[in-house]
Design a protein around this ligand. Structure first.
Ligand SMILES: Cc1ncc(COP(=O)(O)O)c(C=O)c1O
Length: 380
């Protein structure tokens, strides 16, 4: 498809640009890393505990345990609840694969419940009919930075005496009815993957919870299940958060509210400027505070729009092109196309546009104009 945007006016817009964030806080980050280098305390140095305390207080939970990734946060939460062989865990098919991989790696079976087309989060009213004697937990995913509808989920879990593990990997700082993401279930699991709203310099994650007993177990499970040293009453993994990551994340946590606010402003700008267009902008549910980890539109001819944006140097992505129930490695579960229609439709129609706290108005205007350009060509 030809473009009305001339070669001269083309600019490059990345999906996310971590260098801009780093440039803004370089001295703080560099000195935090230098402190760890000076101490050489790379494993469970004092910054890990300091970050855990700050994180628990930010998240409004009693405990927060630093772990090696968001994936391991989910796995450790499941392990601490002794969820494994023969157990079932209910979750959303429209998520990053890690949610599902953790359930399978714990030895349990994922059971998928379709999503609400407006929020892309799990539909609470469909959960109960999937509960049986084997069901041990529900993992709602707070997709793109917006919380799932937690009240009905918590109520169903209470009624059936099953656990709730929030996958808050994309939603640090998000709120549901004034409650922080990750603080409502038995566990909240977070990711510090570099491009997340609170991103480290590599992999990292956090398990938040209010139970003293479960927190103690997670502390053990992240060091192979050992306590005291060299004695292993339970089987864990090597799942610690690095001291270097913790030292950097301490500094970044101080900016998280500002960064989330900027993301919200950038999202509002897109939404305002695109409200008349033939596409669907993100729907923020009225009781939610969205943190726009991703800004996702829904549009017909999505793949042609991707081509058009890329031809005009705009980076974009699909989160996620394959709903997880249709992944090859899960074929043993015998889901087929048509089983979860909303997740399948979302996988075909959604598109993530560039968003990050430092994105400029010029870049956003360029994205918006390039989309308008596409829609006017495709309507003619
Ligand atoms: C929804 C969701 N769950 C889990 C994860 C896993 O986190 P990590 O990449 O830190 O293992 C991610 C992020 O990548 C995610 O987006």
């Amino acid at each position: 498809m030809s473009s009305a945007v001339s070669e001269k006016t083309k600019i490059r817009v990345p999906l996310v640009d971590l260098r801009r964030q780093y440039r803004g806080i370089k001295e703080e980050i560099d000195s935090a890393i230098q402190d760890v280098l000076d101490s050489q305390a790379f494993i469970l140095g004092p910054q890990v505990k300091e970050f855990e305390n700050l994180f628990a207080s930010y998240c409004s939970t009693k405990h927060a345990i630093g772990v090696s990734s968001g994936t391991d946060a989910l796995l450790l939460a499941l392990k601490s609840l002794e969820i494994g062989d023969g157990d079932e865990v209910i979750t959303s098919p429209f998520t990053f694969f890690a949610t599902i991989g953790s359930i399978c790696n714990a030895g349990a079976k994922p059971v998928f419940v379709d999503i609400e087309p407006e929020s892309y989060n799990i539909r609470p009213d469909l959960i109960e009919k999937c509960i049986n004697k084997k069901t041990k937990a529900i993992i709602p995913v707070h997709l793109y930075g917006q919380c799932a509808d937690m009240d009905p989920i918590l109520e169903i879990a209470k009624k059936h005496d099953i656990k709730v593990i929030e996958d808050a990997a994309q939603a640090i700082g998000a709120e549901y009815k004034n409650r922080k993401s990750g603080s409502m279930g038995d566990f909240g699991c977070f990711s510090f993957f570099p491009s997340k709203n609170l991103g480290g310099l590599g992999d990292g994650g956090m398990v938040a919870c209010n139970s003293d007993e479960l927190a103690e177990l997670i502390y053990m499970l992240r060091i192979h299940g050992g306590k005291p040293k060299n004695y292993y009453p339970v089987l864990g993994i090597n799942g610690r958060l690095d001291t270097i990551q913790a030292s950097v994340l301490i500094k970044k946590l101080g900016y998280i509210d500002l960064w989330c606010e900027k993301r919200r402003q950038k999202a509002s700008y897109y939404t305002e400027k695109m409200k008349e267009l033939n596409l669907i902008t993100p729907n923020v549910v009225n009781f939610n505070k969205h943190v726009f980890h991703l800004y996702v539109i829904r549009v017909k001819e999505r793949d042609k729009l991707i081509e058009h944006l890329r031809a005009n140097n705009i980076d974009c992505a699909v989160h996620y092109p394959v709903p997880q129930h249709l992944q090859k490695c899960l074929s043993y579960l015998e889901y087929k196309e048509g089983d979860l229609p909303e997740a399948e439709r979302a996988a075909k129609e959604t598109l993530s546009l560039p968003i990050f706290p430092e994105i400029t108005k010029k870049e956003q205007d360029y994205v918006i104009n390039t989309i308008k350009d596409f829609l006017s060509i495709s309507n003619n």
